[in-house]
Every structure is written in C-alpha cells, then in structure tokens.
Design a binder for this molecule. Structure first.
Ligand SMILES: NC(=O)c1ccc[n+]([C@@H]2O[C@H](COP(=O)([O-])OP(=O)(O)OC[C@H]3O[C@@H](n4cnc5c(N)ncnc54)[C@H](O)[C@@H]3O)[C@@H](O)[C@H]2O)c1
Length: 101
C-alpha cells in the first residue's frame, strides 16, 4: 500500500488528479499540499475519503516524516495572478529538485 504526495492538488489539474488517485486500490494515504494561491479549497474539501489528507502550506515549506512512494508536483500557477512573485517560482523549482532526490 502506497503513500502519495500531491503538491498543487486544489488547482485545476491537481483536483482532477485527486479524483483519479483516490480510485487506486493500492493507495494507503494521499497527502495534498496546496497554498490556495491560485487553487480553490472547494475543488477538494467536499471529498469524503479518510485516505485523503489536506494540508494548506507553501510546498517549499512543507515538511513530513512520511516516506512517500510517489510524488506529483503541480504546485505552480498556470496563470499567475497580478501579485506573481518570480522568486516563488524559483523556490518552487528548487523544491521540485529536492523532491526528485
Ligand atoms: N492548465 C493547463 O492547461 C496546463 C497545461 C500544461 C501545463 N500545465 C502546468 O500544470 C501545472 C498545474 O496547472 P493548473 O492549470 O492546475 O494550475 P492551477 O493554478 O489551477 O493549480 C496550481 C495549484 O498549485 C497551487 N500552488 C501554486 N504555488 C504553490 C506553492 N508554492 N505551494 C503550494 N501550492 C502552490 C495553487 O494554489 C493551485 O492550487 C502548472 O505547472 C502548469 O503550468 C497546465
């Protein structure tokens, strides 16, 4: 049974991926990390599945003691808002590098 991490799961693509991943029968836990910067809590908070854990956090500041079997990283805005800060994108990119280690 697998523990999965999905960053950006309250976004457009991520919320559909949540639905898809929850259909897997090898899933033990799905942790969704999202800052709700461009995503919406309503995209996922209606889901009643005890395997789903929602964490509101910047992915670059997220820490966990779990060893995840698979990591999906969609925490990057497709259409940045007017308060877009390019340094966030850089930090996010660095966190992707960390995730892939
Ligand atoms: N939508 C498309 O058609 C499309 C096409 C090709 C590639 N992509 C890529 O797929 C990814 C997701 O796209 P989307 O359309 O779902 O975008 P989206 O903006 O709807 O979703 C991104 C999610 O990531 C979250 N997020 C952003 N920065 C974060 C951070 N630092 N920490 C935690 N959460 C953060 C947002 O709150 C949001 O929920 C993007 O990288 C995008 O460039 C999208």
């Amino acid at each position: 049974m697998k523990k999965l991490l999905l960053a950006g799961g309250a976004g457009f693509i991520g919320s559909h991926l949540v639905d898809r991943l929850l259909k897997r029968n090898d899933l033990d836990m799905l942790v969704v990390v999202d800052s709700l910067w461009t995503g919406r809590a309503q995209n996922v908070d209606h889901i009643r599945d005890q395997r789903l854990v929602l964490v509101r956090s910047e992915v670059e500041h997220f820490k966990s003691d779990f060893q995840f079997d698979e990591i999906f990283h969609l925490a990057s805005p497709a259409s940045p808002r007017s308060d877009f800060n390019p340094m966030v994108t850089v930090e996010c990119f660095q966190s992707r590098m960390w995730c892939s280690k």
